[in-house]
Design a protein around this ligand. Structure first.
Ligand code: SF4
Ligand code: SF4
Length: 162
């Protein structure tokens, strides 16, 4: 994981433009989903999110209606109280956690609500989901936040000989 973090710290910003351009070229690759899933598995087999937690520290997690019910039940409070206490509506009209670093992030990078965490947290950085090429903009942005997302894009560049 240290390697992954170091490479990301040193190169993610300077590689950003190239990575964004590369991710846009993937719309022409019929194998993109299989390649991105393989790269995701390979990178996350080595990644240690507990040594990082950069997503939880920097990006307000999206919380969907179904998440609210589940998390509120876990915390033993009514959904309305949970929403009022922990969430706000962002510019796009989505509900997100009020604070970054996330209120539910512990000092040791564990999550206080891990078992019931929002779907967006469970799926982040979304690199193993279908239609990878349709999320070029978001995938590029995530390389600046997530060392694993950065490594996945690097892996994809290598296997597609970009
Ligand atoms: S809810 Fe948990 S996993 Fe999601 S951002 Fe907060 S600390 Fe991270
Ligand atoms: S930013 Fe990426 S590598 Fe870091 S904790 Fe989040 S998902 Fe894991």
């Amino acid at each position: 994981m240290e390697d992954l973090l170091e490479k990301w710290k040193e190169n993610a910003e300077s590689d950003y433009s190239e990575n964004r351009s590369f991710l846009h070229t993937l719309k022409n690759n019929p194998n993109v989903d299989a390649l991105s899933k393989a790269a995701h598995q390979e990178v996350f087999a080595k990644a240690d999110c507990l040594a990082c937690a950069n997503c939880c520290k920097t990006t307000p997690a999206i919380v969907e209606r179904s998440d609210i019910k589940r998390i509120a039940k876990f915390l033993g409070i009514p959904p309305k109280v949970f929403s009022r206490k922990y969430l706000l509506e962002d510019f796009g009209g989505e509900m997100v956690v009020q604070r970054v670093p996330c209120t539910f992030l512990n000092e040791d990078n564990t999550c206080q609500i891990y078992e019931v965490r929002p779907k967006a947290c469970r799926e982040y950085p979304h690199t193993d989901q279908t239609h990878f090429h349709r999320r070029a903009k978001m995938n590029a942005k995530n390389t600046l936040v997530c060392p694993a997302a950065y490594a996945i894009v690097e892996r994809l560049k290598a296997v597609t000989k970009y």
